[in-house]
Design a protein around this ligand. Structure first.
Ligand code: NAD
Ligand code: MG
Length: 388
C-alpha cells in the first residue's frame, strides 16, 4: 500500500502533521503535490524536503519567490486558485489530503471528488457548505471520503465491522473549549488571546475560535450528517473536558462503543490515510492511571448559541449551512482582529441566517452566491454592532 498524496494546505496545522507522518513512513507515503495560500518560505522548505512533482501557491504575489526558491529541482511551480483544482484532480495523485481552512477548501475538494480521487477530509467546511453536492458526486464517481476530524474518525472506527441499521445514535464529544466554565457576563469581554488558548488541542486559529464558541461542534454535527447519512436527531453532543474519548456510537442492542486516545491529530490523520488498515506507529499511548477519570456534561446552549444555530441551519437544509459557515468565517476573522466581541460571532451568524432565503439547489453556483451574499450581510452586522 503506497500512496501518492496531494496535501492541500500543507503549511497549516493538519498539513504539517501530515508531512510529519509522511517523513516517518516513507514506505507508505510519498508527496505528489503541496499547496498553501501565502507561506512561501515554509512551502519552499517542505518542497525541498519532500520533492513533490508540483507545488501551488494561492496568492500569486508569492509566485516568483517560490519559483526562484525551487529552481533547478524539476518541480512544477503554479500559482492561483485554479491550480488548486488542477492538482486535486491530477491522475498522478492517489489521495488528496484536504487540509485548507474554510470555504476556500470547497472547490479543490469538489474537483478531487469529481475526478474520483480518494479524499482524506480535514476541511469540514466542504461538507457543511456542500454536503449534498459532494456526497452525490462521490456516489457517482466512487471517490472515497475518509474523515480526518477526530470525532468522525472515532465514529468510523466504532462502526467499522458493524451495519448502519444497528446504529441507534452517535455521540460527538466536545472539550468545551477554554470558556467551558466562564460565566455569560464574562464572555462579553474575552479577548482573542484568551479564546486562542485551547485546553487540549493545538490547531489553526479559525478552528480554535470555533472550538471556543462551540460552532466547531455544530459544524461537526453537519459533517457527521453527511458522512454517515444520519438525521440530526441521531447525532448527540456531549461535553467531555479531558478529550480522551473522541466520540461514541450507541447501538440498537444497548451496547455502546467509544474510541479513545490522547488528543493528537496525527492519529486520525494516519488512520484516514491507511483505512481500513492499521499500521504500527510510535504515537503516544493514553496513560489511564494518570488520566484518572473521564467526565461528561450537557452543553450549555445559552452561553454557546452557535451550536443551536448550526442545528437550525441543518434542519432548514439547502444553502442555510453555507450561509451559517460564511457568516461564521467573517465573524471569526473580525473577532480575531478585535472588531467584534465574542458573543457577536453567534450574533452575526443569527443575523445572516434570518436574512437568507432558502435555496435547495445543490450546486457550486448557489453555494458561491450564498457565500458571497452572506459575507456581505455578516460585514453589515459587524459594522453596526458596537464592540463591548
Ligand atoms: P491552518 O490555519 O493551520 O492551515 C490552513 C492551511 O490552509 C494553510 O496551509 C493555508 O496556507 C491554507 N489556506 C488558508 N487560506 C487558504 C485559501 N484561501 N485558499 C487555499 N488555501 C488556504 O488550519 P488547520 O487548523 O490546519 O485546519 C485545516 C482544516 O482542518 C480546517 O477545515 C479545520 O476545521 C480542520 N481541522 C483541523 C484540526 C486541527 O487540529 N488543526 C482538527 C480537525 C479538523
Ligand atoms: Mg473535531
Amino acid at each position: 500500500m503506497h500512496k501518492r498524496l496531494a496535501i492541500l494546505g500543507s503549511t497549516g496545522s493538519i498539513g504539517t502533521q501530515t508531512l510529519e507522518i509522511v517523513s516517518k513512513h516513507p514506505e507508505l507515503f510519498s508527496v505528489a503535490a503541496l499547496t498553501a495560500w501565502s507561506n512561501s518560505d515554509l512551502l519552499i522548505e517542505q518542497a525541498r524536503q519532500f520533492r513533490p512533482s508540483t507545488v501551488v501557491i494561492g496568492n500569486e504575489t508569492h509566485y516568483s519567490k517560490l519559483r526562484d526558491g525551487l529552481s533547478g529541482l524539476g518541480i512544477e511551480v503554479l500559482a492561483g486558485r485554479d491550480a488548486f483544482d488542477f492538482v486535486a484532480a491530477s491522475a498522478s495523485v492517489d489521495t488528496v489530503v484536504a487540509a485548507m481552512v474554510g470555504f476556500a477548501g470547497l472547490r479543490p475538494t469538489a474537483a478531487a471528488v469529481k475526478a474520483g480521487r480518494e479524499v482524506a477530509l480535514a476541511n469540514k467546511e466542504t461538507l457543511v457548505v456542500a454536503g449534498e453536492m459532494i456526497t452525490n458526486a462521490a456516489a457517482r464517481t466512487g471517490s472515497r471520503l475518509v474523515p480526518v476530524d477526530s470525532e468522525h474518525s472515532a465514529i468510523l472506527q466504532c462502526i467499522t465491522g458493524e451495519t448502519m441499521s444497528s446504529v441507534e445514535k452517535i455521540i460527538l464529544t466536545a472539550s468545551g473549549g477554554p470558556f467551558l466554565n466562564t460565566p455569560a457576563e464574562k464572555l462579553i469581554h474575552v479577548s482573542p488571546g484568551e479564546a486562542l488558548r485551547h485546553p487540549n488541542w493545538s490547531m489553526g486559529s479559525k478552528i480554535t475560535i470555533d472550538s471556543a464558541t462551540l460552532m466547531n461542534k455544530g459544524l461537526e454535527v453537519i459533517e457527521a450528517h453527511w458522512l454517515f447519512g444520519l438525521p440530526a436527531d441521531k447525532i448527540d453532543v456531549i461535553i467531555h473536558p479531558q478529550s480522551i474519548i473522541h466520540s461514541m456510537v450507541q447501538f440498537t442492542d444497548g451496547s455502546m462503543k467509544a474510541q479513545m486516545g490522547v488528543p493528537d491529530m496525527r492519529m486520525p490523520i494516519i488512520y484516514a490515510l491507511t483505512y481500513p488498515e492499521r499500521v504500527v506507529t510510535d504515537l503516544p499511548r493514553p496513560s489511564l492511571k494518570s488520566i484518572g477519570s473521564l467526565t461528561f456534561e450537557e452543553a450549555d446552549l445559552k452561553r454557546f448559541p452557535s451550536l443551536s444555530l448550526a442545528r437550525t441551519a441543518l434542519s432548514a437544509g439547502g444553502n442555510m449551512p453555507c450561509a451559517l459557515n460564511a457568516a461564521n468565517e467573517v465573524a471569526v476573522t473580525a473577532f480575531l482582529q478585535g472588531r467584534l466581541g465574542f458573543p457577536g460571532i453567534a450574533g452575526a451568524v443569527e443575523y445572516v441566517l434570518e436574512k437568507t432565503l432558502l435555496n435547495n439547489e445543490a450546486s457550486l453556483d448557489v453555494y458561491e452566491e450564498t457565500d458571497s451574499r452572506s459575507r456581505s450581510l455578516a460585514s453589515e452586522y459587524i459594522s453596526k454592532t458596537p464592540k463591548q
